[in-house]
Design a protein around this ligand. Structure first.
Ligand code: NAI
Length: 306
């Protein structure tokens, strides 16, 4: 199997490392910066004898070497700095996304795209339109990361293993994201039965601003270890046809009463990409929050078209 990672920056290079060390595939790292993908790919390859894997790692500025990829993870673009919102990245990153996807679609017409660049849901829209790919093969990474953050905070709050936790965060990848405490569990028990509403609200708020918390600590960029893990979990489910149900940004046409928009909902990921959109029954307030989040995404997509 062959996976191309576009953008050899923090998220891209870390994703390449995880893909190789988990022995999931060969990896091609592409970037416009000359020498950067070559240098990082070579450095990762030189770690292989110690990490004990035989993945082939290539770094390049030439899309020719990406031809025939099964999956392409797109992390190209600028990250935010303190004080910036993800939406501030819209213009720059949509131009980058268009040019990247044009090259990818030409060289790997059958690939499944995993979009990472922000603002996430709008970038999925750009990739969907620029590729002309079926909606089953354009998938945005946001919910897996946001859910992992929620799980991390739940585990710390209750002093239990993160492995005991499960969580769902739906909606757009921004301040309007929708963590669902009713569907977030510890050892199968909903957290609504384990914690007071105030305690849950505090964890929900921290999850919503989880990206900004890291940006303000790092000062020089945004989160990348957990984002890379999240993208690789999605790629693994596709490469191994695991059929994991994960919250991902996908193009909805009527599901959850949302039409013609990328938004985060639970989907089944297998070898053909999105194999099913899972519709869970939401309570009125949860459904209203999801619609509000969809409205925020729609206004960004409209702003791009204007
Ligand atoms: P970074 O700045 O470390 O890396 C970005 C790389 O993209 C750079 O190496 C740059 O040279 C490259 N690049 C720029 N234009 C390009 C082009 N036309 N073709 C190929 N490569 C190009 O940034 P980082 O931290 O890796 O973040 C990447 C993106 O992912 C950002 O937009 C960030 O906001 C987003 N992100 C999204 C997350 C999510 O949950 N969806 C989580 C974390 C980051």
């Amino acid at each position: 199997k062959k996976v191309t990672v576009v953008g050899a920056g923090n998220v891209g290079a870390t994703a390449a490392q995880r893909l190789a060390e988990k022995q999931l595939c060969d990896v091609v790292l592409v970037d416009i910066a000359e020498g950067l993908p070559q240098g990082k790919a070579l450095d990762l390859a030189e770690a292989a004898p110690i990490e004990k894997h035989d993945a082939c790692l290539t770094g390049t500025n030439d899309y020719g070497e990406t031809a025939g990829s099964d999956i392409v993870i797109i992390t190209a673009g600028i990250p935010r700095k303190p004080g910036m919102s993800r939406d501030d990245l819209l213009k720059t990153n949509s131009d980058i996304m268009k040019s990247v996807v044009k090259n990818i679609a030409e060289k790997s017409p059958d690939a499944i795209l995993i979009i990472v660049s922000n603002p996430l849901d709008a970038m999925c829209h750009v990739a969907f339109e620029a590729s002309g790919f079926d909606k089953k093969r354009v998938i945005g990474m946001a919910g897996v990361l946001d859910s992992a953050r929620f799980r991390c905070f739940i585990a710390r709050e209750l002093n239990v293993s993160v492995e005991n936790t499960h969580a769902f965060v739906l909606g757009g990848h921004g301040d309007t994201m929708v963590p669902l405490p009713r569907f977030s569990t510890v050892a199968g028990i909903p957290i609504t039965e384990l914690m007071s509403k105030d305690r849950i609200d505090a964890l929900v708020d921290r999850t919503r601003t989880g990206g900004a918390e890291i940006v303000s600590l790092l000062k020089t960029g945004s989160a990348f270890y957990a984002p890379a893990s999240a993208a690789v979990e999605m790629a693994e489910s596709i490469l191994k046809d695991k059929k994991k149900i994960l919250p991902c940004a996908v193009y909805l046409e009527g599901e959850y009463n949302i039409n013609g928009l990328f938004i985060g909902v639970p989907v089944k990921l297998g070898s053909t990409g999105i194999e099913e959109v899972i519709e869970i029954e939401l309570k009125d307030d949860e459904a209203a929050d999801l619609q509000k989040s969809a409205d925020a995404v729609r206004s960004l997509v409209d702003a791009m078209a204007a």
